[in-house]
Design a binder for this molecule. Structure first.
Ligand SMILES: C[S@@+](CC[C@H](N)C(=O)[O-])C[C@H]1O[C@@H](n2cnc3c(N)ncnc32)[C@H](O)[C@@H]1O
Ligand code: SF4
Length: 361
């Protein structure tokens, strides 16, 4: 069984920090895009899925009719009988009761809501299309409709944000009692407004915010199960955890990345060309790489070490280079070995990228 990722590359507007593949929503184009997704899914007809993630972009910007058409096609084309988790991403400005009821009818059982910040000034500085009140209103409705597995996305270390501001943000967010929290320190990516405006971030402040979050979330009943994710016990994201376990998944949609039969691939990042290619029966995979054994071990380590509770089997450190680096890190108490499982030591999580980069050879 595999997971399925579907990319919806439409948003109301472009946030100033975001370089994910998305363009402004247009109803006509979105209709054609959904037709193409449906055609594309025929390549995988009957495949048994264990998880689905509809992400973006902004999946909730699709109209009720478009969402219904997409979800009904998925349940038609795939074997859904063993789906354990069905995720859908929401942005507060585009959620309606009608859309939520459709999601519920089609057995979506996990929602990921992009909040990012609780202060309206910070939200507008980020170029977000919603206000904090929009989020509060839709959160109440989401619970009323009966969704009991909700994740909230936040960004920390935003320009002038102080540790005190961040504490207030987190305390407000904790009051919603969501099952999962994702927390990303702001990164300045190429091709964003922040990059063009030479916005700078302060690593030390981000580190203080991250460390503070680790403490506060633990005291409030959340387990830090992945570098950027905290969940109530048993509510860890199954679909995302499978990415970190280096499991395979199908990708549908423009710009979406997939991993199947030991090949990593990426679909063309151009909506019109994606639609055209699908309609003409052409291949939409533009990047395709075979993951040989060495690469497989490396990726398993990079991904598996993100899983702070689960860790990664020592069997992946199966060459002399990896063994030496591992030994060094264990000596320095950056990594710990427990029953042939290697995990990140507490207190080093913020430096994840820097630490695992040593394994790149
Ligand atoms: C691509 S977004 C999709 C979610 C949804 N469209 C939204 O805007 O809330 C996934 C998450 O990545 C995070 N993210 C995206 N760009 C980021 C950046 N430059 N720095 C930090 N976090 C970022 C945000 O928390 C965001 O919710
Ligand atoms: S952060 Fe989300 S809503 Fe904003 S542009 Fe990126 S994908 Fe769209």
């Amino acid at each position: 069984m595999v997971g399925l990722y579907i990319h919806i590359p439409f948003c109301k507007q472009k946030c100033f920090y975001c370089n994910f593949f998305s363009i402004k929503y247009e109803e006509d184009l979105a209709n054609k895009y959904i037709d193409a997704l449906i055609k594309h899914s025929l390549n995988f007809k009957g495949t048994a899925l264990d998880s689905i993630y509809i992400g973006g972009g902004t999946p909730s910007i699709l109209s009720s009719k478009q969402i219904e058409r997409l979800l009904s096609c998925i349940s038609d084309k795939f074997d859904m009988s063993k789906v354990f988790e069905f995720n859908f991403e929401l942005n507060p400005e585009s959620v309606t009761l009608e859309k939520l009821n459709i999601l519920k009818n089609y057995k979506v059982n996990r929602l990921s809501i992009g909040l990012q910040a609780t202060d309206d000034k910070v939200l507008s500085l980020l170029g977000r299309a919603h206000k904090f009140k929009n989020f509060c209103d839709i959160y109440t409705i989401v619970r009323q409709v009966g969704f009991n597995n909700i994740s909230i996305d936040l960004i920390c270390g935003i320009v002038d944000q102080t540790l005190e501001d961040w504490k207030n943000t987190l305390l407000k967010v904790l009051s919603f009692n969501s099952e999962n929290l994702s927390l990303y320190p702001l990164s300045i990516e190429e091709d964003t407004i922040f990059f063009k405006n030479s916005i700078v971030i302060c690593d030390d402040t981000q580190r203080d915010m991250y460390d503070f979050s680790v403490d506060l979330l633990e005291k409030n009943g959340y387990e830090h199960y992945e570098i950027a994710n905290w969940a109530k016990s048993g509510k860890e994201s199954f679909h995302n955890t499978n990415y970190w376990r280096n499991k395979e998944y199908i990708a549908l949609g423009a710009g979406a990345s997939g991993y199947l039969d030991r090949f990593r691939y990426k679909n063309i990042s151009n909506i019109k060309k994606y639609i055209e290619s699908i309609n003409n029966g052409l291949d939409v995979q533009v990047e395709k790489e075979y993951i040989n054994d060495k690469l497989y071990s490396f990726e398993s380590i990079m991904l598996g070490l993100r899983l702070l509770k689960e860790g990664i089997s020592i069997k992946y450190f199966n060459n002399d280079d990896y063994k030496n680096i591992l030994e060094e890190y264990i000596k320095e108490k950056v990594l710990v070995k427990d029953n042939n499982v290697v995990k990140f030591a507490k207190g080093y999580e913020f430096f994840f990228n820097e630490i695992v980069s040593k394994f790149i050879k």
